[in-house]
Design a protein around this ligand. Structure first.
Ligand code: ADP
Ligand code: MG
Length: 613
């Protein structure tokens, strides 16, 4: 490809993200100052390594934007080599690679990205090397450039952009500040943009002088962000302060954080915060920012980090995350995959150590982080393996168990005929209150499991743990699942049951209710409504998937009559007025299940008042 058509192509393909030119030029300037530090230490240049800085200067009248640094600078040879040859060929390579691709997203194109917004670019530079001469370079976007002796008298580089007419937004103060804030907020040397007013004492002020409003350099960045410090040097308050720095608009405090600090087998630092998630797991997404050596890359980490990790917030920084590539490339990048896996491991390890070291505190946090852990277990096999050891189930009495602890506790009392351990859960503490209380009465442990992922989590646990079955607490009466109660003799014989069944069927909608008997304690309710666990799950799943075979089936329930309840003696002996009482008892069961509505409810209320009279 000839260089002639590079700039139109650069413009066209990068249109969606013109603003990154500033990230590229500022990070080049920062690199130049870092080189001064390195070379002054090695003695190659004479410099104390102090007062290095970058300045961004907008001049609306001249329509120029200047990025100035007092870094290493360039000699004429270096401009020839790094700008004319290397940077140019880099741009060419880029265009070659992407000219046919439909890619929108983040690109870094280095120095030449300046031509996305500038019709002309000038360089004034003076190298830090002994006896260096200033160099001037100018290019208007055509392959012809000018190089001659320059005017700079302090070592460093000015990159001067003559902003194109269609890009004048990049001269607006707010726009520039916004871009710097996004990409450069944590770069390692001070970046100045304009001035700001501050109340303080003048430098030559005396003790008794009052503070006055003084103009000072406006430094937009924090050069030593918390994630680069040693965890041992940071207090909990430091972490919270850094959180506020990252999310000035968020009022919630994070629950806790994980400080990642690895230098082998790759370099990875960062701080991940656990927000208070409660049961919503969508709202918080896209709050992790990826950095490469303190240069912001992206906060759209979907498909880059495992999905469940995107519920967290914070910063991940690694020089191994490539800067100059597209998002789709990032997903495929081997380093990025390794980093993702490592972060997953770190998060699991941290949770495990919290679980081990302070179980009560971990339990206190559970309501806020449970959904994250469940989601992680469902979507990431590796995480499941680790999290199974600290993932908790919360009982109706606010006790917390791991699955292992719970099965150990109930293995004798909650076993069904086939020897499966039956774990009872309620998905709604209010709606299923009666059933929960009844189960507790029998001495069963009931788990409260009410998040949006419940159905999926249950299915996963059943698949992974053979011999364990979950049943909703209002599923087929608990006594049928559990050996203990099955031994209760029934007060009714088969003939009586048949008679009674026919009688009861006249009182309910036969299409909807299947009448059956259970031998419960005489003290328990005469009727209870249950729903087949399998059918209910299937219907719920079809509803989520928008219909399907099971979704088209009508709701069906069991009307379970407690064969040992004294009421049925009376029915069989046809005692006066029992039919009304039976109807009333059935309605009470329906009411407890939230199924008594409309006309039936009105009739029930009326009948109840009559009974009071
Ligand atoms: P990269 O930064 O990936 O090397 P760039 O296209 O951004 O690619 O820059 C090309 C080269 O130009 C840099 O490697 C550096 O040698 C030189 N350069 C660019 N900007 C500056 C600057 N402000 N000071 C000194 N050298 C610079
Ligand atoms: Mg660069």
């Amino acid at each position: 490809m000839s260089t002639e058509n590079i700039f139109p192509v650069i413009k066209k393909f990068l249109y969606s993200d013109h603003e990154i030119f500033l990230r590229e030029l500022v990070s080049n300037a920062v690199d130049a100052t870092q080189k001064v530090k390195t070379l002054s230490i090695s003695g190659e240049i004479k410099h104390d390594g102090q007062n290095l800085k970058v300045e961004v200067i907008a001049d609306k009248n001249a329509k120029t934007l200047t990025i100035r640094d007092n870094g290493i600078g360039m000699t004429a040879d270096e401009v020839e080599k790094y700008i004319n040859q290397i940077a140019f060929s880099g741009a060419e390579e880029f265009v070659d690679k992407y000219k046919d691709a439909q890619i929108i997203g983040h690109f870094g194109l280095g120095f030449y990205s300046a031509f996305m917004v500038a019709k002309q670019v000038e360089i004034q530079t003076l190298s830090q090397k002994d006896r260096a001469k200033p160099v001037y370079w100018s290019c208007d976007g055509s392959p012809n450039f000018t190089m001659e002796s320059g005017s700079k008298n302090i070592a460093g580089t000015d990159i001067i952009l003559h902003i194109a007419d269609d890009s004048l937004e990049f001269l607006e103060e707010d726009r520039i500040r916004g871009i710097l804030n996004k990409y450069c907020k944590f770069m390692p040397v001070p970046i100045q943009f304009g001035k700001k007013k501050e109340w303080k004492k003048a430098d030559d002020a005396k003790e008794e002088d009052a503070e006055q409003e003084i103009e000072v350099d406006n430094i937009i960045n924090n050069t030593s962000p918390a994630w680069l410090k040693k965890p041992a040097d940071l207090t909990d308050e430091d972490y919270k302060n850094f959180y506020r720095e990252l999310y000035p608009m968020t009022f919630d405090e994070p629950l806790f954080q994980i400080h990642i600090n690895v230098d082998y087998p790759f370099n990875l630092t960062g701080i991940l915060y656990f927000p208070k998630l409660k049961n919503n797991f969508e709202v918080q997404k896209n709050k992790i920012s990826l950095y490469s050596n303190q240069v912001f890359i992206t906060d759209e980490v979907k498909n880059i980090l495992p999905d469940f990790l995107t519920m967290l917030q914070g910063v991940v920084d690694s020089p191994d995350i490539p800067l100059n590539v597209s998002r789709s490339y990032l997903q495929e990048d081997a380093n990025v995959k390794k980093i993702s896996a490592h972060i997953t491991k770190k998060v699991a390890d941290k949770l495990q150590s919290m679980f081990n070291n302070d179980r009560p505190d971990f339990e206190k946090k559970w309501d806020d982080i449970g959904i994250f852990i469940q989601y992680g277990m469902l979507t990431d096999e590796k995480f499941y393996e680790k999290a199974a050891k600290f993932s908790l189930l919360k009982s109706a009495d606010d006790k917390y168990f791991t699955l292992e602890e719970l099965t150990e506790k109930v293995k004798e009392t909650q076993k069904d005929k086939s020897g499966n351990i039956t774990l009872l859960y309620a998905s709604n503490k209010e709606d299923q209150h009666t059933a929960i209380e009844a189960a507790k009465e029998r001495g069963y442990e009931v788990i409260i499991w009410d998040g949006p992922l419940t159905a999926h989590s249950i299915q996963q646990l059943e698949t992974k743990n053979s011999g364990i079955r979950f049943k909703r607490v209002d599923a087929d009466v608990a006594d049928k699942l559990i050996v203990k109660d099955e031994d209760l003799p029934s007060a009714l014989n088969d003939e009586q049951k048949t008679t009674l069944k026919t009688e009861l069927e006249t009182l309910v909608d036969k299409q909807k209710f299947h009448v059956e008997f259970a031998s419960l304690s005489p003290k328990e309710a005469p009727f209870v409504i249950t729903q087949n666990e399998f059918m209910r799950r299937m219907k719920e799943q079809s509803a989520m998937g928008g219909g399907g075979f099971y979704g088209s089936l009508p709701d069906s329930y069991n009307l379970v009559a407690n064969a040992n309840h004294p009421l049925f003696d009376k029915v069989l002996n046809d005692t006066e007025g029992t039919k009304g009482k039976v109807k009333q008892a059935i309605d009470l069961a329906l009411l407890a299940k939230g199924l008594l509505k409309g006309e039936a409810l009105t009739a029930f209320v009326k009948r109840s008042y009559e009974l009071i009279d």
